[in-house]
Design a protein around this ligand. Structure first.
Ligand SMILES: [Zn+2]
Length: 223
């Protein structure tokens, strides 16, 4: 089946569930405004949809996706990255979300582009100027990996950079005044997640231990 046609078939399933089977629930739900308690900032990658990963329902997740799940540093006055800044501002100030999750993942093409550029930000392929300009927003993650783990093989460096990149975005989030205020008042928690596509494991960064750990313990193991 054509991939576009598959979407239409999927929408038929949506209609069947929400507009027929569960119509009363849907109607009462649709009459309200959204009030999600969670924001997920994820990559545009087609394999890492947070709602599918967490079985979240309609209205549960306020989502912002971009290449390599990046949050740029806060800039007072004139802003360079309006899209993601607007999403964070709306989530924290208007929706008053209680959790913001930055979700990175394995095999990230954006991070690979970042790791393939040199320290001046020169890209391998000139036609990737938009991609490179964007991913360089978190070039400190690349620079840290190159300086501390430059002897590892390239794929391993990319994986470490994917994990490190989410932490840079978390750090950047804390620079937004309304995020900082919500954190100080205990109204908001920030989380860095890492989805390992090959194994299906979802990891969470433990700030106290300084490492990513499985979000859900595998059966029969200590972690
Ligand atoms: Zn990605």
């Amino acid at each position: 089946m054509d991939s576009y046609q598959e979407l239409i078939e999927g929408y038929k399933a949506f209609r069947h569930k929400y507009l027929q089977q569960d119509f009363d629930d849907y109607r009462s739900w649709a009459a309200t405004t959204q009030s999600p308690k969670v924001m997920v900032i994820g990559c545009s990658d087609s394999r890492v949809n947070p709602a599918i990963l967490t079985h979240a329902g309609l209205g549960d997740i306020f989502a912002a996706n971009n290449v390599a799940n990046i949050v740029p540093p806060y800039e007072a006055g004139r802003h360079s990255h309006l899209s993601i800044g607007a999403a964070v501002q709306f989530a924290v100030l208007n929706l008053k979300v209680e959790h913001v999750i930055v979700m990175a993942h394995s095999g990230c093409g954006g991070v690979k582009a970042l790791m393939s550029s040199d320290e001046s930000g020169e890209q391998e392929r000139p036609e990737d100027d938009y991609i490179q300009g964007w991913v360089n927003v978190i070039k400190e993650a690349r620079d840290a990996v190159k300086s501390e783990m430059g002897d590892r093989d390239f794929d391993e460096q990319c994986q470490i950079c994917e994990m490190e990149g989410a932490l840079v975005s978390i750090k950047n989030l804390t620079g937004y005044p309304y995020v900082r205020e919500a954190l100080e008042e205990g109204r908001l928690d920030l989380h860095a997640w890492y989805f390992h596509i090959e194994t299906g494991e979802l990891l969470n960064y433990n700030h106290e231990k300084g490492q990513y750990q499985r979000l859900v313990k595998a059966p029969g193991t200590m972690q």
